[in-house]
Design a protein around this ligand. Structure first.
Ligand code: GUN
Length: 282
């Protein structure tokens, strides 16, 4: 039987530390503030935004929500971002993705001031991340690295296999693991003979978005298995990319869905918001 990583308990420990940092900033006359833009009515996005606001409240960060109707034009969203860039009382800006089809997400992301880009999506920050010099780090990959640290799992010298090459998770995850001296393999939808790679993984990270996609015969005995998936199973219940019931018996450590990576992603957003506010003092 494997160890199940409790993302909520790590989140609570981290948030306690961040609350102290927010208190210090407040004592110095600075109230950290995160502005969240949500366009349209995607129910999953609404849940994510609510959870982000709740985490802000939890540590004493001010959050501003800009919930805009589906038909909002691209230029209206861009103008809002420009206004928030100029507002010295706003330290972090996050535009929840996906955006409606008529809005070019790249244009919106590229408008966010790199100093306020708490998602670390702006090309300037992505470039700095590539060089290991970014002061922001993308939330989900940083959350995973933090979890591994809490569990005493050193990635140095390990073979880390990532399934998924998205800009938000797969690619930055590979960079962070590489920077921590892992040997990294990135697999994706066009990878042939996927399980020949996944079976080599000391640490397997799945970010494909397919319910119960990773089966027992794709995992090496004793591997560490990290599930980034947020899917619905055949009964409509939330589940990850990993077939948890099968895989838990052969791996050494596994993250559950829900209650694994998800809470860590939001925690790292709080960390980046504090970093953004702190940078304005400095
Ligand atoms: N949609 C899904 N994940 C994310 C995220 O990490 N940041 C933003 N802005 N949108 C998302």
């Amino acid at each position: 039987m494997s160890k199940i990583i409790d993302g909520k308990s790590i989140r609570d420990k981290e948030l306690k530390l961040y609350k102290n940092r927010v208190d210090e900033l407040k004592a110095n006359g600075l109230l950290p503030c995160l502005a969240v833009i949500l366009v349209g009515n995607d129910p999953a996005s609404r849940v994510y935004v609510n959870n982000k606001k709740k985490a802000c409240e939890n540590v004493g960060i001010k959050s501003l929500e800009f919930a805009l109707p589906e038909e909002t034009s691209e230029s209206e969203v861009i103008n809002l971002v420009k206004t928030l860039n100029r507002d010295i009382g706003v330290h972090g800006i996050l535009c929840q993705l996906p955006l409606p089809g008529h809005i070019d997400k790249e244009k919106v992301i590229n408008t966010i001031s790199p100093m306020k880009d708490v998602d670390c999506f702006h090309p300037e920050n992505v470039g700095k991340l590539f060089l290991g010099k970014s002061h922001f780090v993308p939330c989900t990959p940083m959350g995973i690295m933090t979890m591994l640290k809490y569990e005493g799992i050193d990635v140095s010298g390990k073979h880390c296999v990532i399934i998924g090459r998205s800009d938000i998770v797969g690619k930055p995850m590979a960079l962070l693991m590489l920077q921590s001296n892992a040997t990294v393999t990135v697999c994706h939808s066009k990878t042939s003979n996927l399980s020949s790679y996944t079976k080599q993984a000391d640490i397997l990270v799945s970010a494909v978005g397919k319910a119960k996609f990773v089966k027992k015969d794709m995992v090496k005995s004793g591997a560490v298995v990290i599930d980034v998936g947020m899917n619905k199973d055949e009964t409509g219940k939330l589940c990850g990319d990993i077939d948890f019931d099968e895989v838990k018996d052969i791996c050494s450590v596994i993250t559950p869905v829900p209650g694994g990576v998800g809470p860590m992603t939001i925690t790292m957003l709080i960390k980046n918001t504090i970093t953004a506010a702190q940078a304005q003092i400095n």
